[in-house]
Design a protein around this ligand. Structure first.
Ligand code: IVH
Length: 668
């Protein structure tokens, strides 16, 4: 029996839906694969062009990542409501604007993934965009079509024909339990793990290579009908029903309520259940159901007045402190770290939490064996927020902060000026390992082949005494190290050689001078133009730079006075920033979004280092400083943003996400 190519496509589409959308497969995987192979063969043999909505067109589609496309209507965000009172206030505002007309509310789970907008023409998927800055999205069509839960062709029936134009919005996510396998693979490939399922989803959709997207277990829930021609629907719930009929996957936990008191009941039901949901959910979304009422309420520039999100409290869990270790940082600071009984929290397994410093342990009276409450809000690193003293059994052990460096046994130094306790032995191997790892890190000289295992071996075998020794390593010596085959060795030498091209600011960051991060390094080089001239400056001259305080200036001057030989070695190694006087300042663009504005950058921007970001801002006429104040125009906050973020919120400084920042860069 010969099967018609069109029927075969329909059959496969049916089974894709059963498997990926309804979660009720009717045939075994092997059977499905067989149908796919059959279709591939038929398509190969056929003289007709393969249509874009054929199930075979899910892999390796043309990726147009990077092209900015305007959204049909802005992709707004939601206002956050904290607490019941604020939710009831939302209701009061709604009622007032609607002149007390009866209102129905829809509640949905707020999926923590990546928002996307999908466009269908005559029922065929034609384009998918990320949110971008809300006005313009990034075209990720090629990547999105690899997601099986996104239909490439919608179901059309005589009673319910698909409209000619349909735009829906939804949230792409990765199930929580799949994060581990993705991260294990990333680590095997030498890449850093994703902090949470949301980053994994965003990273997978925003990659340049759609074959990577295709391998990730991405899924989607469609949460709104954004635009349609020729379809009559009066409410959000009606629209969702239609979308499901067309073959979209919508979240099943959607409910309709007549009062906000009922909404609060819905919320309270989900708080204890959220951990059990197989995808990350960070709260609920409350929407006015009626479209006419939605229109009447309208939107502000940022968010609709007809909807709000009601966030769940930060993830918390209990665990025990198994022991406390002390780590020696690259500037010699001793940091106590609690080693925990591993626990799952917000999609990740947590085994460590910093205890910051000796004083923190004393203040909180943290003891080994204590039961603690660990909290993790979104991307933020887990924090110990409470010690449950009532759970003590009496065998907990108070921690005595060491008087000797745990690595080199040199007596530690305590000072009244700071809480930090330091190992002041410049030759301490723990410090040296950290300094080398930092020198090679992404924000400094980016020597990717130099991971922690290699650094350990280089130091333990006495092959390096300082960072400059990396440039005089011998292939024979490195080749003898464990797990360093000829390929890896060659790659490492290649990368070390390449790192000689690094800018002066990056090299300065790489030197591990106390208080000198990317922003300060940039400011210092902007002023002194080279490491050489900075290294000869007096502390007073350094402190004269606006934004550089006396403490930083003192730290820089004292570093260079003690490390002249290191600088001479780096010069001799042929680092470009020492041999070439790069004094030409880049031409500054005029009249851009950034012109005459002051920015602070914090957290991980994923796509570029903070140094690169700050160069980009400066070439567009903006200024970058290191701390948030009333003079700051914008904070650019990436993943892991901490105190600067809080300060910005406190001062009302507007915050840009890395995505929005990149959009502005592209625009000017
Ligand atoms: S409705 C005008 N419903 O949360 C915005 N959004 O902060 C209408 N999200 O960008 C959005 N689950 O990416 C809506 N059930 C849901 C959602 C949801 C997750 C995301 C969405 C949006 C962000 C708002």
């Amino acid at each position: 029996m010969t099967i018609n190519i069109h029927e075969l496509r329909d059959q496969i589409r049916y089974h894709e839906r059963k498997y990926y959308i309804d979660d009720q497969p009717e045939i075994p995987d092997a059977e499905f694969d067989k149908l796919m192979r059959q279709l591939e063969e038929l398509e190969k043999a056929s003289s007709e062009d393969i249509p874009s909505d054929s199930p075979t067109q899910r892999v390796g589609g043309g990726v147009a990542l990077g092209s900015r496309v305007p959204h049909r209507s802005p992709m707004l965000s939601l206002d956050n409501t904290f607490g019941e009172k604020a939710l009831l206030d939302f209701g009061v505002r709604v009622k007032k604007l609607l002149e007390d007309a009866p209102v129905e509310y829809v509640t949905e789970l707020k999926i923590d993934g990546l928002g996307v907008s999908l466009l269908y023409e005559d029922g065929v998927f034609v384009r998918g965009l990320t949110r971008g800055d809300g006005e313009f999205g990034e075209n990720v069509s090629g990547n999105l079509r690899t997601i099986r839960a996104i239909p490439l062709r919608l179901i059309s029936t005589e009673d319910d024909p698909v409209p000619p134009i349909l735009e829906v919005r939804g949230e792409v996510f990765i199930p929580k339990h799949r994060l581990g396998e993705i991260n294990a693979q990333r680590e095997a490939e030498g890449e850093s793990p994703f902090a949470n399922p949301r980053n994994a989803a965003a990273g997978s959709v925003r990659t340049l290579d759609s074959t990577i997207t295709a391998k990730r277990p991405l899924d989607i829930f469609i949460y709104s009908l954004n635009y349609v021609e020729g379809l009559d629907v009066a409410t959000h719930t009606e629209a969702l029903e239609k979308l499901k009929q067309f073959g979209f996957k919508c979240n099943p936990h959607t409910e309709l309520h007549n009062t906000l008191e009922d909404v609060i009941i819905y919320y309270n039901q989900w708080v204890p259940k959220r951990e059990a949901i197989p995808y990350e959910v960070d709260g609920i979304v409350v929407k006015v159901n009626d479209f006419a009422q939605q229109n009447e309420l309208g939107s502000t520039a940022k968010s609709p007045r007809w909807a709000t999100s009601y966030k769940f409290p930060a993830h918390q869990t209990m665990t025990k402190i198994e022991k406390i270790e002390v780590q020696v940082g690259r500037t010699g600071v001793l940091t106590p770290v609690a080693i925990l009984e591993p626990v799952k929290l917000a999609g990740a397994t947590i085994t460590h939490a910093t205890l910051h410093n000796e004083q923190e342990i004393l203040n909180k009276d943290v003891r080994i064996g204590d039961t603690i409450i660990l909290e993790r809000a979104g991307d933020v690193i887990p924090k110990i927020i409470d010690v449950l003293k009532e759970k003590r059994k009496g065998d907990e052990v108070a921690f005595r902060f060491p008087d000797l460096c745990p690595t080199c046994n040199t007596p530690v130094q305590r000072s009244d000026a700071e809480v930090a306790v330091r190992c002041v032995n410049a030759g301490c191997s723990a410090q040296l390992k950290r300094r080398i790892a930092h020198f090679a890190s992404r924000n400094a000289l980016e020597i990717e082949g130099l991971g922690p295992a290699t650094v350990n071996q280089l130091v333990n075998n006495n092959l390096v005494q300082d960072v400059a020794d990396l440039y005089t390593l011998k292939v024979e010596e490195v080749g003898k190290l464990e797990r360093m085959g000829p390929g890896l060795t060659h790659n490492l030498f290649h990368q070390i050689e390449h790192s000689k091209q690094a800018s002066a600011a990056r090299v300065l960051v790489g030197l591990s001078i106390f208080h000198v991060g990317e922003t300060i390094a940039e400011q210092l080089i902007d002023h002194f133009l080279s490491i050489e001239s900075l290294s000869q400056a007096e502390a007073e001259a350094i402190a004269a730079i606006p934004g550089i305080g006396p403490q930083i200036a003192e730290s820089v001057a004292s570093f260079f006075s003690q490390n002249r030989p290191l600088i001479e070695k780096l010069k001799a190694a042929g680092l470009r920033c020492f041999t070439e006087q790069v004094v030409k300042k880049p031409k500054v663009l005029e009249d851009t979004f950034f012109s005459d504005k002051t920015f602070v950058i914090t957290g991980n921007l994923t796509e570029m280092t903070r140094t690169e970001a700050s160069t980009q801002i400066k070439t567009r006429g903006g200024k970058v400083t290191s701390s948030v104040s009333n003079k700051t125009d914008f904070l650019i906050a990436g993943e892991g943003a901490g105190s600067k973020y809080n300060k910005a919120v406190e001062l009302g400084v507007p915050i840009l996400t890395p995505e929005t920042f990149f959009e502005h860069l592209k625009a000017n």
